[in-house]
Design a protein around this ligand. Structure first.
Ligand code: PRP
Ligand code: URA
Length: 210
């Protein structure tokens, strides 16, 4: 089993856009658009080490040595909030297929509850990006990764916006083979399991449900 890495993306555009979505005054329209834009920027870095196949292409002038992606890419957003990053990522990887996992976190126990799962048939051999903006206790993402591994998926990375140290620790101990990409690593969780300073409830802010 190869060892996963923790990457905190450090880029001025990502910092700028994170400031916007952290701001409690940012409304649904700008919040949704900016989450998607950060997803697109992160996709560039997250896909940096995807395997490629060498090919030859006939140009109008000669034969060029070229490379194409060697494997299918499957994006797996965790509903609801993960959906907010999918459009941005598929802007960079338009051929990506998309699986969906529905998980909500019980408000009292903070434990994940799965209510939906549907995956493309190619998933076992694909490069899979599990997408959820918030890594709090880590329960929802860890549960989703276990579900994918039960289906034989071998190459998994997690892509999120804001993580808590507690969530990173849980993922690293339960899934040490999985790469973790975050836009930012925050201080801690509060007594309600929210990330501090975080950005509040991401699903509610994306969809205007509070
Ligand atoms: C949020 C978030 C993550 C989860 C993170 O979803 O989008 O999926 O909480 O918390 P955890 O790391 O402690 O599991 P939520 O349960 O609020 O569901 P929603 O996206 O449908 O609002
Ligand atoms: N889920 C969220 O949407 N925000 C948090 O801070 C923690 C879990």
């Amino acid at each position: 089993m190869s060892s996963g890495k923790l990457v905190i993306l450090n880029h001025p555009l990502i910092h700028h856009k994170l400031a916007l979505i952290r701001d409690e005054r940012t409304g649904t329209k700008d919040f949704r658009q900016t989450v998607s834009e950060i997803g697109m920027l992160m996709a560039y870095e997250v896909t940096r080490e995807l395997p490629t196949t060498a090919i030859e292409v006939k140009t109008p002038v000669g034969i060029a040595k070229a490379q194409t992606l060697a494997k299918e890419v499957v994006i797996v957003p965790i509903l609801r909030a993960g959906l907010g990053m999918v459009d941005g990522i598929t802007t960079l990887i338009p051929t990506a297929k998309v699986g969906h996992v529905g998980v909500y976190r019980d408000e009292e126990s903070l434990l994940p509850h799965e209510y939906y799962a549907k995956f493309p048939s190619v998933i076992a051999e694909a490069e899979v990006l599990v997408v959820d903006p918030m890594l709090a206790t880590g329960g929802s993402v860890s549960h989703t990764i276990s579900l994918l591994k039960e289906r034989g998926v071998k190459h998994i990375s997690y892509v999120g916006l804001v993580g808590a140290p507690e969530g990173v620790k849980k993922l690293q101990s339960e899934h040490p083979d999985v790469n973790i990409f975050l836009a930012c690593l925050d201080e801690k969780l509060n007594e309600l399991g929210y990330i501090v300073p975080g950005l509040g409830d991401c699903g509610d802010r994306l969809y205007g449900t509070k």
